[in-house]
Design a protein around this ligand. Structure first.
Ligand code: ARG
Length: 576
C-alpha cells in the first residue's frame, strides 16, 4: 500500500536538503479539520534556518510539490503546506490492500524475532474474581492481540496469586470449620468465607495466628499434607477462573504464579545478601531505596517468610532467562505502581539491567459501581462471572424486543453481551477511573460495542443483498485495480477510506502506548463514518459500476471492523 507520509517526506526532502528524511516525516501532521487537507506540513521551524518567513517557505514548497501525482491539490495556508491526496490513489490502493489481505489487514512483521511477555489478570486464589479484575484481564488480552498482530512472538502469563501467608490462614480455617463439598461446589466463595471467618475468630483467639503461621511455614518446607490442601484449593479455584476466561475467549501460555517461584528465591536472596543491597532491619530484611525516592522495600519478614516482591524479583529474572524477552509487560492496577518501581529499581541494583530495561508496568485506574466502591469486607462484591451472565441476559431481552423473529438468539446474545462489557472496558483511556453503568454498556446506539458490531452486521447484510455475484466482482476488481473509483469520492466515502487507510498505523500507536482504547476509538470512528456513507448514499443502485465500487467499500469496512474488534477480543457476528 502506498505510504503517503513516506512519499510526502521524500518529495519534501528534495526541497529541504538541510533536514533528514525522518525529521521531515515526524513533522507531517494530520489536520483535525479535513478542510485543511489530509496532511499538513508546518514551516515555523524552518524560518530560522532558511532565513525566510514561514509563510513564504510554505508557499514555495507548495508550488514545488503540487504537481506530484499523489496529490489532488496542494495549498499554502499561513505557515502550512496543506496537502490533499489523490482520492483515486488513496481509495484504489486502500481497497485493494484491505480486500487482498482480508483478516490480515493491519498486521505486519514489525516485531519479527522479538518475544514479548504480557502478564495479565493474575487474580488471587480464594479471593473474589470481581469486576475490578476485568480491567487487567481485558486490557492485557487486547495488548496481547495487538502485539501479536505486529508479528511479535507472544507469551501470555497468568501470575496467579497462589502463595503467601494467607494460605496458612485458609488451611487453618478449613481444618477448623470447613468441609470438602462446599469447596468443590463453589470454591472461591467458600474459600473466601473461610478467610473472613478466620479473621473474625482470630479476634477472640489470637493463637490461631500462630497456628496459621506454622501451617504456612510447613507449606514453604513442602510438607505433603499442607501442599496437598494448597494444591487442591488452587485447582478448584482455577476451574472457576477458567470458566470466566472461556466466556471471554481468553487463553494463557503459562499459569506460573507466585508459588512457582518459591524454590527460585533463595538464589536471589543470596545475591541480595552478598552484594550488601539487602540489609537487616528490626529482624526483617529490606532494600533501602530512599535515595531514589522509592521508600523501603521489605524483602523478607522477621519470621523468615518471603513476600510478594521477592517472588516478583525471581519471576522477572526467570522470565528473562527463559524467554529472553524484548518486553515483559505487567498489566496491573495503578495502585501497585510503587511496587513495580521498587521491583525494577532492585533488579538494576542487582545488575540485571537488561532485564529491567525490558520491564514495563502498564497501569490502569479503578472501576466503581454506581452503588459505591466495592468492598470484600462489606459483601459489596460484584463477581465478574455474574456481570457477564447478566450482560448476556439483558442483551437477549433487547434483541428479542428489537428483533422478535431472530433465530440463534442465544449465541448472538452471548457474543453481543460479552462483547459489550469488553468493549466498554476498552473504551476509556486505561488510566482513567470509571463508573460501571449498564445503560452505557448495552446501549446499541451510543459509542459502544453493540453499535460497532451492529455496523459490521449491517455491512454483512448489504453484501448479502447485493448478491454473491456483485460481491465477487467487487473483490476481483478491487484486487486488479479495476474499480470505478469516481463513485467513491463523496465526503463520507473519502473520510471512511482515510480511516481504513490509517488503521494499520493506529495498531502501531496502540502498541507503543499500550493503549487498546486507540483501537476502540478508531473502530467507532469507522462505524460512524460508514453509517454516514450509508445514509448519504444509495449503495445498491441500478448502475452496476457504481454498485460494485460501493460494495467494495462495504466489504473493506466489514473486514476492518472485524479485525479491529478482534484486536479488542470482541466477536463480530454476521447478524444481530
Ligand atoms: N495477584 C495480584 C493482585 O491481584 C496481581 C499480580 C500482579 N503481578 C505481579 N507480577 N505482581 O493484586
Amino acid at each position: 500500500m502506498l505510504d503517503f507520509k513516506k512519499a510526502i517526506s521524500e518529495l519534501l526532502a528534495k526541497e529541504l536538503p538541510e533536514l533528514y528524511l525522518d525529521e521531515i516525516k515526524g513533522m507531517i501532521e494530520v489536520p483535525q479539520d479535513t478542510k485543511m487537507g489530509d496532511y499538513a506540513f508546518p514551516c515555523f521551524r524552518l524560518a530560522k534556518e532558511l532565513k525566510k518567513a514561514p509563510q513564504i517557505i510554505a508557499a514555495e514548497l507548495a508550488e514545488k510539490i503540487k504537481d506530484a501525482d499523489i496529490f489532488e491539490n496542494v495549498e499554502q495556508v499561513n505557515a502550512y503546506v496543506n496537502m490533499f491526496v489523490s482520492k483515486d490513489k488513496l481509495s484504489g490502493d486502500t481497497l485493494s490492500e484491505v480486500i487482498e489481505r482480508g483478516d490480515d489487514y493491519g498486521s505486519s512483521e514489525l516485531g519479527e524475532g522479538k518475544t514479548v511477555i504480557v502478564e495479565f489478570s493474575s487474580p488471587n486464589i480464594a479471593k473474589p474474581f470481581h469486576i475490578g479484575h476485568i480491567r487487567s484481564t481485558v486490557i492485557g488480552n487486547s495488548i496481547y492481540k495487538i502485539y501479536k498482530a505486529l508479528g511479535y512472538k507472544m507469551v501470555r502469563i497468568n501470575h496467579l496469586g497462589d502463595y503467601g501467608t494467607q494460605f496458612g490462614k485458609m488451611i487453618c480455617a478449613y481444618r477448623h470449620w470447613g468441609n470438602k463439598e462446599d469447596v468443590e461446589r463453589e470454591p472461591i466463595k467458600t474459600l473466601l468465607e473461610y478467610y473472613t471467618k478466620f479473621h473474625e475468630e482470630v479476634e477472640n483467639d489470637p493463637s490461631l495466628d500462630d497456628e496459621a503461621r506454622e501451617i504456612f511455614a510447613k507449606l514453604e518446607r513442602g510438607e505433603p499434607e499442607e501442599v496437598e490442601l494448597w494444591q487442591w484449593f488452587r485447582d478448584e479455584s482455577l476451574k472457576e477462573f477458567s470458566r470466566v476466561y472461556n466466556m471471554l475467549g481468553i487463553e494463557y501460555d503459562s499459569y506460573a504464579g507466585e508459588s512457582f517461584y518459591s524454590d527460585k528465591m533463595p538464589r536471589h536472596e543470596k545475591e541480595l545478601e552478598e552484594s550488601g543491597i539487602m540489609v537487616d532491619s528490626q529482624g526483617a530484611k529490606i532494600v533501602d531505596l530512599e535515595d531514589q525516592g522509592l521508600g523501603v522495600a521489605l524483602i523478607k519478614k522477621s519470621d523468615g517468610s518471603s513476600i510478594y516482591i521477592t517472588r516478583d524479583i525471581a519471576a522477572a529474572i526467570y522470565r528473562k532467562e527463559t524467554y529472553d524477552f524484548y518486553k515483559n509487560i505487567y498489566v496491573v492496577a495503578a495502585q501497585q505502581s510503587l511496587h513495580f518501581q521498587q521491583l525494577f529499581a532492585i533488579l538494576r541494583l542487582m545488575g540485571y539491567d537488561e532485564c529491567a530495561d525490558g520491564c514495563v508496568h502498564v497501569p490502569f485506574g479503578l472501576v466503581r459501581l454506581e452503588e459505591g466502591t466495592m468492598s470484600t469486607r462489606h459483601g459489596r462484591v460484584v463477581f465478574l462471572e455474574d456481570v457477564l451472565n447478566r450482560a448476556v441476559e439483558k442483551t437477549r431481552e433487547i434483541i428479542a424486543e428489537k428483533n422478535p423473529g431472530s433465530d440463534n438468539i442465544d449465541e448472538i446474545a452471548k457474543q453481543v453481551g460479552i462483547g459489550a462489557v469488553v468493549f466498554n472496558e476498552l473504551s476509556n483511556n486505561r488510566i482513567k477511573d470509571y463508573v460501571f453503568k449498564w445503560e452505557t454498556v448495552l446501549n446499541f446506539d451510543g459509542e459502544t460495542g453493540p453499535y460497532v458490531q451492529y455496523t459490521h452486521a449491517r455491512c454483512c447484510s448489504l453484501l448479502k443483498r447485493a448478491g454473491d455475484e456483485v460481491a465477487a466482482k467487487a473483490e476481483e476488481l478491487a484486487k486488479s485495480g479495476g474499480l470505478k473509483l469516481d463513485y467513491l469520492t463523496g465526503d463520507a466515502a473519502h473520510e471512511l477510506i482515510k480511516l481504513i487507510y490509517n488503521y494499520p498505523d493506529v495498531i502501531v500507536q496502540a502498541a507503543d502506548r499500550y493503549e487498546p482504547s486507540l483501537v476502540t476509538r478508531h473502530v467507532i470512528d469507522i462505524a460512524q463514518e460508514f453509517n454516514r456513507f450509508y445514509h448519504d448514499e444509495h449503495i445498491i443502485t441500478d448502475n452496476d459500476d457504481e454498485k460494485v465500487a460501493k460494495i467494495a467499500l462495504v466489504l473493506a469496512t466489514k473486514n476492518v471492523l472485524k479485525n479491529g474488534l478482534g484486536l479488542l477480543g470482541v466477536n463480530a457476528p454476521e447478524r444481530m
